[in-house]
Design a protein around this ligand. Structure first.
Ligand code: G4F
Length: 325
């Protein structure tokens, strides 16, 4: 039986990945913060349905000793490093935590794996934010990086570190350069979940407006459960490489709004209020991914359309709210 260790197991991607690996017969270990264990009903909500099947370890990913002890204890065959400060807006306000969480944590994990489990295969979660203000569109694995946020910079620094461990220490480290990916488990601060949950509230008479920033911003939005399939596939290849994972289709926040409100038969224009506080100082313009390499090498492809995904998010939020009313 293969043993996998997931950092960020209680997040959107971590929870879908844990489900996938359990289905494939893995022993699945995850690292969570002590606060999360103490407030499990909120902070472990994405994995509560799996909790009896998982082996959770309390630790802080940016603390070398903590990670070292967990890797020594688990001795994983595969390690998926998903934990990160990932909300781009917050990263404008708290640069030090972002750098520490995203860079130091990657170093702690790679260094521990190198010392203790050098045959372990590592997945590093890179991001389209590393391309930032990209000079070419769509972007692929050869497109030059040009990050515009501290989040993008921290991910890019960690990505280079991961490559360095691959090239100099011969560790099997594969990196996914993932574009936005959403689902009913997306954090509430991200625009898609903010919209789906507010549409659900409006439909149930619990809200009457939605405040947003730039609704003409464009994103390449995919479906999170599809993206964890790609992560796993990357670690099953003969050689560790980097892969862009994206749909290759751009939609605006306005498109998302229109689809989401149409699920409940409403016109979004009647509910939207612009809040300048939600505009970004360094907005990335039209990041769109070319995932030909992943499609060709991994046999990967998206399974759900944008429209189907938006519908699932809105309907799930309505169901959650009705259940908790
Ligand atoms: O949902 P968002 O906050 O996601 P963003 O910044 O694109 O980042 C996500 O995807 C990246 C690429 O995979 C990841 F690296 C990152 O960790 C994260 O998962 O914002 C999407 C767009 C932006 O253009 C933003 O300006 O929506 C626009 N937007 C407009 N009004 C808003 C709002 N975003 C948020 N969060 N809240 C608003 O009210």
């Amino acid at each position: 039986m293969k043993r996998a260790l997931i950092t960020g197991i209680n997040g959107q991607d971590g929870s879908y990945l844990a489900e996938l690996l359990l289905t494939l017969g893995y022993e699945v270990h995850g690292i969570v913060r002590r606060e999360a264990i103490e407030d499990a009903s909120h902070r472990l909500v994405n994995i509560l349905h799996l909790i009896d099947k998982l082996k959770l370890h309390v630790g802080a990913v940016d603390n070398h000793l903590s990670i070292y002890k967990i890797v020594a204890n688990v001795r994983p065959d595969e390690c998926y490093h998903l934990a990160a400060s990932s909300f781009v807006s917050y990263t404008f306000d708290d640069e030090a935590s972002v750098l520490s969480n995203n860079f130091t944590a990657t170093h702690a994990l790679l260094a521990s794996v190198k010392e203790l489990s050098p045959h372990c295969r590592v997945y590093f979660a890179g991001s389209s934010e590393m391309f930032g203000n990209a000079r070419f569109s769509p972007q692929n694995e050869s497109t030059p990086f040009n990050p515009r946020s501290v989040y993008g910079i921290s991910k890019l620094a960690a990505f280079h570190l991961a490559r360095n461990y691959r090239e100099h220490h011969k560790l099997f480290v594969a990196a996914g350069i993932l574009y936005n990916h959403e689902s009913p488990r997306r954090g509430y601060q991200f625009v898609t979940r903010k919209i789906s949950t507010t549409v659900a509230k409006i439909h149930l008479g619990l809200a009457d407006r939605l405040e947003l920033g730039n609704i003409d911003a464009l994103r390449d939005w995919g479906y999170a459960p599809d993206y964890v399939v790609a992560m796993h596939a990357m670690l099953q290849q003969e050689k560790p490489e980097d892969y862009v994972i994206a749909t290759g289709v751009l939609h605006s926040v306005r498109d998302f709004l229109s689809e989401a409100f149409s699920v409940v038969g409403l016109d979004y224009e009647a509910y939207i209020h612009t809040n300048l506080d939600h505009f970004r100082p360094g907005e990335v313009v039209s990041l769109c991914g070319d995932s030909s390499k992943a499609r060709h090498t991994l046999g990967w492809q998206p399974t759900k359309s944008f429209k189907q995904m938006v519908k699932e998010m809105v309907l799930t939020d309505i169901e959650h709210l009705e259940r908790n009313q």
